[in-house]
Unconditional design. Structure first.
Ligand SMILES: *[C@@H]1O[C@H](CO)[C@@H](O)[C@H](O)[C@H]1NC(C)=O
Ligand SMILES: *[C@@H]1O[C@H](CO)[C@@H](O)[C@H](O)[C@H]1NC(C)=O
Ligand SMILES: *[C@@H]1O[C@H](CO)[C@@H](O)[C@H](O)[C@H]1NC(C)=O
Length: 423
């Protein structure tokens, strides 16, 4: 190999290590070493509490039991989707006489411990929602003034995952309040994954979040807008993460994750191509894969995308690197890239424009950052098909369908012996 190639290779290696192996002093409760995978009520089921009118979709133990069973029967648990999480609207509007939290007893007649036991008996983990403020976003009792008591309640119920929202609170309190709840959870001695909405409220208020403190406190955190059931929502969230990747990615890694919000595949809003795009982009971002879909009515094609083994492996890669948007090309095509273990790299090329005809794009391997080895083998990510062997001086061409479809691929060295030595 020529000297110049070595210099380029070494420079690339330095950039690579700086961008991705950033060490942060993070929360160490041993949980979520890979991005969490699971199912959450919110996006699909919202705050439907009228079980007379909506007996099959209201927030209650019947819905949770049904979806939990389907997570197992449908192969989702086997694929890694492990957590089933109840979002807002599970609570009674008042606390019990002793001040403790209690569920709505019409919709959760068996109580939360029995529901958690049932979920655990299926091999799943159980998650629940609360809010740091005086009330949740939907107006149920919040935890303010009851942090220790509520943490003990959650631990006694064997809650494995707490999503803590930030409605009806003073955002200025979050820098002390979210850590105080982390202390309260830790003091219970029961391992509870901690999902914080702390930075999302700050970003929206144009207050610069202290991500150092957030990564020391939370296992994952919502940074930005709630996702809705539309391509516009999925795309704008992905763009926000791309625009802010330099300041977010250093804090992303095993045990502490940025969270662009739920997977909305399988609902009403996304085409098959846009569904592939969300799965591919969330996998590249090493984002939590938290489904919000009715598993009774999900289509076969949506289920296949959600259960795609290769995409899940890219998402769950042990390096835990948050992929980055590395190129913007003609037609608003953008290319994202994520380093994987064993020096493999995953890519997604997204074509958002709605102008009918598929677009052909040609990208040099150098622009893809593929200059470390002589030759690379390319594979399509969804089906694993071999796409060809390329020299580092070559260009790679692909065709992408419009309106938010993707071409997803990953590469590995075709000649492992030519590898540069790690320094
Ligand atoms: C709410 O809690 C109150 C007081 O504990 C109780 O009397 C009432 O039945 C509960 N209602 C529901 C819907 O859970
Ligand atoms: C509590 O914090 C300590 C110190 O970071 C950690 O080692 C331990 O695993 C935590 N325990 C729980 C239950 O989160
Ligand atoms: C951010 O949080 C870290 C860890 O708690 C702290 O050491 C640092 O001073 C904070 N930075 C700012 C600007 O407040």
């Amino acid at each position: 190999m020529k000297w110049t190639e070595n210099v380029v290779g070494c420079l690339f290696l330095v950039v690579y290590l700086c961008s991705y192996n950033h060490q942060v002093n993070a929360l160490d409760n041993g949980l979520l070493r890979q991005p969490p995978m699971g199912w959450l009520t919110w996006q699909r089921f919202r705050c439907v509490t009228d079980c007379k009118t909506y007996p099959d979709t209201c927030i209650g133990e019947k819905l949770i039991r049904t979806q939990a069973q389907l997570l197992v029967d449908g192969g989702y648990l086997a694929a890694g989707y492990q957590y089933i999480i109840i979002d807002d609207c599970w609570l009674n509007t008042t606390r019990a006489p002793d001040g403790s939290l209690q569920p709505d007893n019409q919709r959760f007649p068996s109580g939360i411990p029995a529901l958690a036991d049932y979920v655990h008996s299926l091999g799943l983990k159980f998650g629940i929602y609360e809010d740091y403020g005086t009330e949740t976003c939907a107006g149920y009792p919040g935890i303010l003034g009851h942090l220790e008591q509520d943490a003990k309640t959650f631990a006694s119920w064997k809650v494995d995952y707490l999503k803590l929202d930030g409605c009806n609170a003073d955002i200025k309190d979050f820098d002390t309040g979210y850590p105080a709840m982390e202390q309260a959870l830790n003091s219970t001695g029961f391992p509870i994954a901690y999902s914080c909405s702390w930075p999302a409220y700050q970003e929206f208020s144009k207050i610069k979040p202290n991500y150092t403190a957030i990564a020391q406190t939370c296992n994952l955190w919502r940074n930005w807008a709630d996702i809705d059931d539309s391509w516009g929502s999925v795309y704008s969230i992905a763009q926000w993460f791309g625009d802010n990747q330099d300041r977010l990615s250093p804090f992303h890694g095993p045990g502490h994750w940025n969270d662009p919000d739920m997977i909305v595949i399988g609902n009403f809003g996304l085409s098959p191509g846009q569904s592939r795009a969300q799965m591919a982009l969330w996998s590249i971002m090493a984002a939590p894969l938290i489904l919000s879909v009715d598993l009774r009515t999900i289509s076969d094609w949506a289920r296949a995308i959600i259960l795609n083994k290769n995409l899940i492996a890219i998402n769950q890669d042990p390096l835990g690197a948050m992929g980055r948007r590395i190129l913007k090309l003609d037609g608003n095509v953008e290319v994202w890239s994520k380093p994987l273990e064993d020096d493999r790299v995953a890519f997604v090329a997204l074509y958002p424009d709605p102008y009918g005809t598929p677009i052909q794009v040609t990208i040099s391997l150098a622009d893809l950052g593929l200059i470390r080895y002589q030759d690379y083998n390319f594979f399509e990510s969804f089906n694993g098909d071999f796409l060809g062997k390329y020299h580092y001086t070559d260009k790679y061409s692909c065709t992408i369908n419009p309106s938010g479809d993707v071409h997803a691929f990953y590469v590995e060295s075709a000649a492992p012996t030519k590898k540069f030595r790690r320094h």
